[in-house]
Design a protein around this ligand. Structure first.
Ligand code: SF4
Ligand code: SF4
Length: 86
């Protein structure tokens, strides 16, 4: 079956498409509340949250779809979902 442009037929292909434009809400990481537990890095289904050398996480907004899972799971309440400004 032929797939149109932008479709992904296999897992692990999200890097091929910059999916950040799909977002209606964006996660804002509040570093003063973050305990550097790393949970957001683990739960992000896009694998787009990366911690720096000091353990401080930041999402790659080119690929973040704004699903909100990181904010839902953050035990410290350090991620706020805010309406995307386009
Ligand atoms: S889940 Fe929350 S507290 Fe843990 S590293 Fe991510 S932002 Fe920080
Ligand atoms: S909102 Fe979803 S896609 Fe974006 S960083 Fe959080 S878990 Fe990942």
């Amino acid at each position: 079956m032929a797939l149109g442009l932008g479709c992904s037929s296999r897992p692990g292909t999200s890097r091929a498409n910059r999916t950040g434009s799909w977002r209606t809400f964006r996660p804002v990481f509040l570093h003063d509340k973050c305990t550097k537990c790393g949970l957001c890095v683990s739960v992000c289904p896009e694998g787009c949250v990366v911690a720096d050398s000091e353990g401080i996480p930041e999402p790659d907004y080119d690929y973040c779809k704004g699903c909100g899972l990181c904010a839902e799971e953050c035990p410290a309440g350090a991620i706020e979902m805010q309406k995307e400004e386009k």
